[in-house]
Structure formats: structure tokens, C-alpha cells
Design a protein around this ligand. Sequence first.
Ligand code: IMP
Ligand code: MG
Length: 182
Amino acid sequence: MDSSKVTLHGRQFRVMIPDTEIDKAIQKVADKLNARFSSPDSRPIFIGVLKGSVLFLADLVRKTSFLSEMEFVRISSYEGTSSTGKITLNIPLSADIEGRDVVIVEDIVDTGESINFMLSYLKEKNPRSISVCTLFFKPDKYRYTHPIDYPALTIGNEFIVGYGLDYDQLGRNLKDVYVLDE
Ligand code: IMP
Ligand code: MG
């Protein structure tokens, strides 16, 4: 079997970014976080946005060298390969983040609807600071002005799967990142 191609729900995808490149990009984000949170009084809380960020979060935190905590929320917005624009909060945050440094960990920032929702949701809980980490960023599709502090990889408008990202729930387990081969 040719592992550079994969078929999900009848559509063919080909490798776009190999796992070695993803690993290097995550290391760069971790280096920046290690510099940012070098002070022992910070102890930031990573907030993973389920489900897509799970693989990224797992690899990212293992490259950090400061004390931290880990929490999760689940939101959903996408169906198929295009955004529905409506965000639903499926699993709310269960931790108190007042006065804390929080680091949102996203799989991908596309239009920015999801990250904008997360920022307003978390701001109401009065954290000390909010930083945004994302594995992928599509700057040409981003509709908001809030800076994306730590994008690991910047891509165009293509639809990608793998490494946590799905096409209708399939493909999250792929170790490389794939793009539609059409
Ligand atoms: P946004 O709200 O438009 O920024 O989209 C963010 C969410 O949509 C992400 O957390 C993903 O779940 C999903 N998404 C956006 N672009 C892609 C893609 O290229 N592949 C897979 N999922 C995507
Ligand atoms: Mg998704």
C-alpha cells in the first residue's frame, strides 16, 4: 500500500507535511514557551480545544520544561470541509482560571470563529493572560485581529487532515499531514 496516499470517505488525500517537519515546528513553539514561562511563579494552564488539538498538545507539553497544568474544553463548528460558522460549547472548562496564565492549544486557526469564541469565553473568567498556540494557521482566511501568538506552521487555504485534524471524524490518527489530492 502507498502510505503517501489515503482515502477518507471516498476522497483521496496525499502527504503534504511529513511528521519530521511537524516535530521541528512544535519544538520551535516549545522553545518560545520555555522562554516565556521561565519564571517559576507562572505555572500556566494549557487549555486544549478538543478534539483536534490532542496530538499537538501531547507532543508540545513534553517539549516544555516548566511546571504547568492541563485542562480541556470541547467546541464544535465544522461539518465536512467547510465551516458552519456556529460554535457550540460541548464540554465547558471545569477549572478556575482567575488570575492565571492560560495557553489555548488549537489544532488549526482558519476563519478564526473558534478561537474568537474561546477568547471571549475565557476572558470572562478573568485569567492573568491568554496566549494562543496553534499547530496550523491559515492567515489568508483569518477574519479577526487578535494576534495568534504561537503558530507552529502557516499554510494556504487548503483543507488538511492528520495529526489530530479530521475529515468528518476520520484521519486524526495519521502521523503526517495530508491534503486533498484533487
Ligand atoms: P475556524 O473556526 O474557522 O478558525 O476553524 C477552526 C476549526 O475548524 C478547527 O479547530 C478545526 O476543527 C476545523 N478546521 C479548519 N480548517 C480545517 C482543515 O483544513 N482541516 C480540518 N479541520 C479544519
Ligand atoms: Mg474538526
